[in-house]
Design a protein. Sequence first.
Length: 97
Amino acid sequence: MIVEHVWILIIPGHQDAYEAAVREALPFLESAPDCFGAELRRQIEDPNRYLLMIKWASVEAHMAFRASTLFEQWRALTLPHYAQPSEATHFSEVLPR
C-alpha cells in the first residue's frame, strides 16, 4: 500500500466552500478501485493550505483513477477552489506498524 500526499493551496476565503466540495467529492475518490480511504487536513499556520492523504494499493491504481470519470467528477467539484496546481507525491511504507 502507498500513500499519496497532496499539498493544496486554495483561494483565500474559500475554506468553507472547499471543505464542502471535498465532502461532496469524497465518494467519487473513495469508490475508486484500490482506494482505501482519504483524509483531509487544514494547516494551522496557513488556513489556505491543505494536506490530502489518500491510501492506494499502488501508484498504478492512483494513475488509473486519474484516467477515470470518477476523477473528472472529483476535479469538477474541488478544482475551482485551487489557487495554484496541487503538488502530489507518493510514499511507500518503510516501518510497518
